[in-house]
Design a protein around this ligand. Structure first.
Ligand code: TRP
Length: 333
């Protein structure tokens, strides 16, 4: 059997081309070589998204995005975390093998504590226990499926270390029940440039959302920050935010040609923006149609997610059965 690659997508915002290049595209490529399990981590989002409609909408948006961009649910097991009750049972078991000190040191939680202290507030103010135990739930997501590799961004590195620690603690106490996974850290996520030249991120409000209506994409592209060099002046392509995005989508010949034009002089930023816009349209317009069609057909999305959940639970039940047996609870399935 092929090795298992698993990752979770937290539904917290509209996907943009930074997500596409940094996460979605590599994950779809990885699914060629592994049995991939990709899921929407809606219960992780609940630590911060407390609006019912928002959580539902964001969850469907993630599902429609991945499907529109080519995830094949016949090959990838694609599901929603909250549809797998086994995750939450395993989460409890694992919490009994997670040292509290490890959670105290988790970056996400510690950052909030440090902010509270810096602002002179009580240190736990506004921090729910879900934020604190977030890494345990994540470990359960991963260990429940005998996962071998977990492709994630650098920000998740520590969570994967915690997952490994917990798995080892469990195995150490019983026997080798759990597969200890490896993180596959994507470095390139850091280098996708946003409209203003900083890393593309929704927290900087500098993203290009590819499934937005065409005119909105156009407006965003026109807002890309450049210097004020005139068309005839030679320019450094590597210092240009338009080029930084363009090079991810254009073919090699077009990139080389543009590069030369920057260096020689004769390139107007306005024209270059227009070309980038046209290129993004050519790259994403068919997918956008499919995305919109899926968003208008939630029954279809539901069907895909339910079928995925069924396949996922088949694996989950097997692993959880071993765990229950190992710890010695009754009613081992
Ligand atoms: N915590 C991850 C994030 O914020 C999402 C996630 C939840 C995840 N469970 C996971 C990623 C399991 C990988 C594996 O991006």
């Amino acid at each position: 059997m092929r090795q298992i690659a698993l990752t979770g997508i937290k539904p917290t915002g509209q996907p943009h081309i930074g997500n596409y290049l940094g996460m979605i595209k590599p994950a779809l490529e990885l699914a060629e070589d592994y049995q991939a399990l990709y899921f929407i981590a809606d219960y992780h989002a609940l630590t911060t998204v407390k609006d019912k409609k928002e959580l539902t909408d964001l969850t469907y948006q993630v599902a429609a995005t991945w499907l529109a961009l080519g995830l094949d649910p016949e090959r990838v097991i694609f599901y929603r975390q909250s549809d797998i009750p086994e995750v939450f049972e395993l989460s409890w078991v694992l919490s009994c093998f997670t040292s509290k000190g490890l959670l105290n040191r988790a970056h996400a939680y510690k950052t909030l504590i440090d902010e509270n202290i810096a602002e002179g507030r009580e240190e736990d103010k506004g921090i729910n226990a879900g934020l604190y135990t977030y890494p345990v739930l994540m470990a359960a997501d991963i260990l429940l499926f005998g996962t071998h590799i977990v492709p994630v961004g650098f920000d998740q590195k520590q969570h994967l270390e915690i997952t490994r620690d917990v798995a080892l603690a469990f195995n150490n106490n019983y026997r080798e029940v759990l597969v200890v996974p490896e993180a596959v850290i994507r470095k390139e996520v850091m280098t996708i440039t946003g409209l203003d030249g900083r890393k593309m991120s929704k927290s900087y409000n500098n993203v290009v959302p590819f499934f937005a209506p065409s005119n909105e994409v156009r407006k965003k592209v026109m807002r890309i920050v450049t210097d004020s060099k005139r068309p005839e002046e030679p320019k450094d392509p590597d210092a240009c935010n338009i080029y930084a995005i363009y090079k991810h989508f254009a073919d090699a010949d077009a990139i080389a040609e543009k590069r030369q034009l920057y260096l020689d002089g004769g390139l107007a930023y306005g024209d270059m923006k227009n070309e980038l816009y046209v290129l993004l349209e050519a790259t994403f317009s068919a997918q956008r149609e499919r995305y919109n069609a899926l968003m208008d057909n939630r029954a279809e999305l539901e069907k895909v997610l339910q079928e995925g959940a069924e396949k996922a639970r088949y694996i989950a039940k097997r692993v959880l059965g071993k765990v229950r047996k190992a710890v010695g609870v009754t009613g081992s399935r």
